[in-house]
Design a protein around this ligand. Sequence first.
Ligand code: GTP
Ligand code: MG
Length: 197
Amino acid sequence: MVIKTATFVKSSGKWQECPEPTMAEYAFIGRSNVGKSSLINAMMNHKDLAKTSGTPGKTQLINHFLVNESWYLTDLPGYGYAKVSKSIRKDFEKLITNYILNRKNLVNLFVLIDSRHTPQQIDLEFIQWCGESGVPFSIVFTKVDKLKPNIVIKNVENYKAELHKTWEDLPEIYVTSAEKKTGGDEILDFIQKTNEF
Ligand code: GTP
Ligand code: MG
């Protein structure tokens, strides 16, 4: 898909404040600092459409971007940010889960996972929740430029094996680097195929 326009629409602190659900929507979720905002910028070919930071917890609201004037791309706050109080963390979780469960035009959620790590409990629990809640989602491995290609393959296979312990059918898997701008086109192809809303 050719990106002709990508514009910021609004930041929302509640799912009820999000733009009218009149167009297909795709959202990026994952741990704090996994690279959600960076991958959005890489895919949109835009340096700082979504704000990024080396410090986790940068994105704190639901951010809507309108792409090609026909679909929404949404940057969500990260989950599992350890350095905030338990009650703030709970507020974030509520914001995220309420958004996911109530957003009528959400076509697919992209769950981002740092390709460098072994499967982490918090991500596995989130994926489990998506599966049990019937949320349509895909898995996106990030930051693969930081690893040798053979290690990427090994880590992805390891992740699949972990998921197979619970699920027979696995979701679509994408392997990306915002730094090298790889993998985003496959995600955009998927969006192009599914964005009739
Ligand atoms: P929060 O908004 O805090 O939840 O984080 P986020 O998931 O949006 O992460 P963000 O895009 O802000 O990136 C976090 C850090 O990882 C930044 O320092 C980025 O430069 C770095 N980063 C993101 N993607 C990549 C990548 O593909 N490769 C490399 N090498 N670094 C990356
Ligand atoms: Mg962010």
